[in-house]
Design a protein. Structure first.
Length: 272
């Protein structure tokens, strides 16, 4: 009798478990999204290029990123709008899905931006996704034939609510140009050069470099974890009787926390 009772109980438990599993699958199933948002992009990283010579901006190139929404579909209606929110405070970019499947955006400020990509359909559905975009900034700064070097300003404040740059990379060269000889006598003088990098809580100084006529000296420095603020890079000379040429190459660099690229498969084409 006891054996028969145990067998019956075991059968009941197994049967109940099988029912519970079936019911659980139905209850735990993911809600189906009305819009299948598919966006392809080749990169999520770029570097702004700025060139300043003798106090004038010679060139400036932002970072253009393109996003392809053409494979996005709706199960309940027609896709009407694709949109892109850059994360830099700019107004949301929207395009008519019947006219184009691409959005191109030009970043002109540096930062680690949280960008939102989305699509709307004519049934009122809105599907979106968020990615992280990293924009560094490179500045070429030069001054020629000066006895009183100007100060270079370096603004490390990101244009977003995000982490500060991971470092400032500085590669600088100062040249004491060769002076023409007069009657076979070299008229040039040596000059001593010192670099200074200053923040609100940081003051860096290079070792002095003595430059003879026609000589060049470099200063390479990485400032790790800079505060988000306006920094200055200065070149000091021990006298003003000799002209020098200055070339600063400065990179405002962020940590590699950008989202991975999602390039379009080479065999895929959008359906009509």
């Amino acid at each position: 009798m006891r054996q028969h009772f145990l067998s019956s109980m075991m059968f009941f438990v197994i049967f109940s478990a099988s029912l519970s599993g079936c019911i659980g699958d139905d209850d735990d199933s993911d809600e189906k999204k009305e819009i299948d948002l598919i966006v392809y992009y080749d990169t999520t990283f770029g570097t702004i290029q700025e060139n300043i010579q003798n106090g004038n901006q010679v060139s400036f190139t932002g970072v253009e990123l393109t996003f392809n929404y053409a494979f996005t579909k709706s199960d309940t209606g027609e896709i009407t709008t694709f949109y892109f929110e850059s994360g830099d405070g700019s107004t949301r970019t929207e395009v008519d899905a019947n006219e184009t499947g691409e959005i191109t955006y030009n970043y002109v400020t540096h930062g680690l931006f949280s960008a939102t990509l989305g699509a709307l359909d004519d049934a009122g559905n809105d599907e979106m996704m968020t990615i992280t975009i990293r924009i560094d900034k490179s500045i070429q700064w030069g001054q020629s034939q000066t006895t009183n070097p100007n100060t270079m300003n370096i603004d490390t404040t990101p244009d977003c609510e995000c982490n500060s740059p991971s470092q400032i990379e500085i590669n600088s060269n100062v040249t004491n140009p060769e002076n023409p000889s007069i009657g076979g006598v070299n008229t040039g003088e040596p000059v001593t050069v010192t670099w200074y990098l200053n923040g609100s809580e940081v003051n860096r100084q290079s070792n002095p470099e003595n430059l003879g006529d026609g000589q060049t000296a470099p200063w390479n420095h990485n400032e790790v974890g800079p505060m988000p603020e306006a920094w200055t890079l200065e070149v000091g000379l021990n006298h003003d009787q000799e002209q020098v040429n200055i070339e600063h190459n400065v990179l405002i660099k962020y940590s590699s926390d950008q989202s991975s690229p999602n390039p379009m498969p080479t065999t895929q084409t959008p359906e009509e």
